[in-house]
Design a protein around this ligand. Sequence first.
Ligand code: NAD
Length: 707
Amino acid sequence: MNERPVVRLTREGQVAVVTIDNPPVNPITADVRAGLRDALTALHSMAGINALLLRCDGNTFCSGADIGEFNGPPKEAEYRKLFGDIERLAFPVVCALHGTVLGGGLEIALACHYRVAAPGTRCGFPEVTLGIIPGAGGTQRLPRLIGVEQTLELILGARPVDVSQAAELGFVDAVLDGDLEAAALAYTEGLLSANKGPRPTNARDVDRDTASDEIMDRLQKLARERYPNRQAPVTAIEAVSASARLPFDQGLLLEDKLVNLAKQTAESRGAIHVFFAERECRRVPGLPDDAQAIEIRNAGIIGAGTMGGGIAICFANAGIPVTVLDIDEEALERGLGVVDGTLESRVKRGRMSAEAKAQRMSLITGTTNYADLADVDIVIEAATENMNLKKQIFGKLEEITEPGTLLATNTSTLDIDELASAIARRQDVIGMHFFSPANVMPLLEVIRTKSTSATAIRTAMALAKPLRKTPVLAGVCYGFIGNRMMEGYAREAELMTLEGATPHQVDSALEAWGMAMGILAVFDMAGVDVGVHVHRDNAHLYPPDPTYYQADFALFEAGRLGQKNGKGYYRYEPGDRRRHDDAESIKILRGTAARLGVQQRDHTEQKIVERCLYPLMNEGFRILEEGIAIRASDIDVVWTSGYGFPRYRGGPMFYAETIGLKTLLDGMLRYREAFGPTHWEPAKLLVELAEKDRSLAEWEAAGGLAT
Ligand code: NAD
């Protein structure tokens, strides 16, 4: 075997060049660390070397530590020793940065004596979003270069900054145009000509003025406000501020202790779980190997409305030409006008160049003629939600497209098995459920019917990548994974407003717990009428309950449609999305409750959260026992990427295990006692696992459904 080494040591005159070549993103894996150690040893026997240049091949300098090691034994001591050995070299050590330099990648750069970078390089510490802190010297070295305040701004910001900002802050010495390797070599030789010696970061002092009480108070406040319920940002403050007090080596030991404590918090376990779940969800077990994804070179979309337009933008962003069909020129023009406006607003906000917008628009073509869709590789139907209409559309699509062309529907509520049964090419029919706004929301539920072919499943799952979506595979059922679980969650939130809680009380409890937005505020945003229509159309699917959805119905009947007409659960000022409590809506809710004889109750924050989340999680167990989702972590991805469930709580199924399945089961039984069995029957799988004290992971490892 003649494998390419992941680390190479070469020389250019007096300069030793260490190159990391670990595609695709040069993570600092065990191989890379071993290669670097070998290179450092080999250096000692090379005569006439007076400087070292550390660089990477490929698209980026080291993008970070090895994520595969996240859940393994601690590696900080090994990193500390290796980076310390680099820093202790007795001649200048320069590193050349390009691409996206994150976490451990930035930490190795900080252990070098000089840092140069290509224009466009981005550097950052995203650790707090994973519930941890930089653990390979970052909290002690960066403040020695740019001070405590700016280090914490970077860590709490969690987003990479452009190299121009890094240079301004002072942790990149030069931004070099042209060929980076040649320019970095010239820079290194320039240091030697100028007789510059080593410049170890650890030998510098931290500017204590950057850690004044006032600054630290401000940062503490920022951490609490930006990261409610989370510990990692506060831990980062503790580690970084220690750099101003402690000698370097002691600071490193404190960092080590703190990062290892951070790794054990529920917050980091939850966030890291979601991080891995988002990779795992793309893998579909059980499909034959010979069923490969087909390449999607062009696409068609039926319906130029809210969803069709957003999906068209996704394709254009991916560089895939797309033809959008609507019933007539007027509908088409209106739809494409909205698409143009959406992109234009990105240009206005400086998020997209005018050229990029023009290029995107050139990939989107409108038509009213089905013949224009004859040669596409996939059609996504996003027309008005109506079974008969969709059956007719699929009939036409079957006529004009070649067998094997994917026929996808974006339906939210219709039975896709029934839709597929209307045509002969059932194997080509699949659900691709985008979320609104489709060009922004990362989640894509891919729905397989009884007859969807393995090729169609693989194609839809693979297409998520260029469309920049996180795909989760689901089976056919009402609401698929996300909306089906939403039903109980929203039902309880609404019901509590009839029981005497104010909309604000309900939403603020959910938000304090961590949901991105309270569900009643979400209804106002989406339109109270939208939910009412869906519930009217599907009333036969719900158990008999005279209070069911009555808050929404009452507000709708009173003409309160949400943000669009300035009043729903809340009141809104014109042109302002901020919500205000509204005596009129509360009066309507109270009146409805009196009419229906709804018992008035007290609602603590904890009760509100329990009543919303317990049915949500319980439904997740049903979805698993029915095989609608293929794994529990997929459900977590649906809720964290599509419904604002906090990543640091790991998603609903992870959270169920955090509180304990027994606690969830006891809660369900307690509420069944109080409210009756209509909505509070615990899922069989929950009962089984809680009673046997088994985890979801154990159930899945034993074959899940098969057991
Ligand atoms: P919309 O009303 O904004 O757009 C529907 C479009 O379909 C309109 O432009 C209409 O002219 C067009 N249309 C109607 N009949 C047609 C026909 N026979 N042939 C071609 N075009 C036709 O609706 P929307 O919100 O974009 O929803 C579209 C689909 O996406 C629905 O199935 C809906 O359930 C689903 N969906 C909507 C959302 C959402 O939040 N809006 C989210 C996920 C899925």
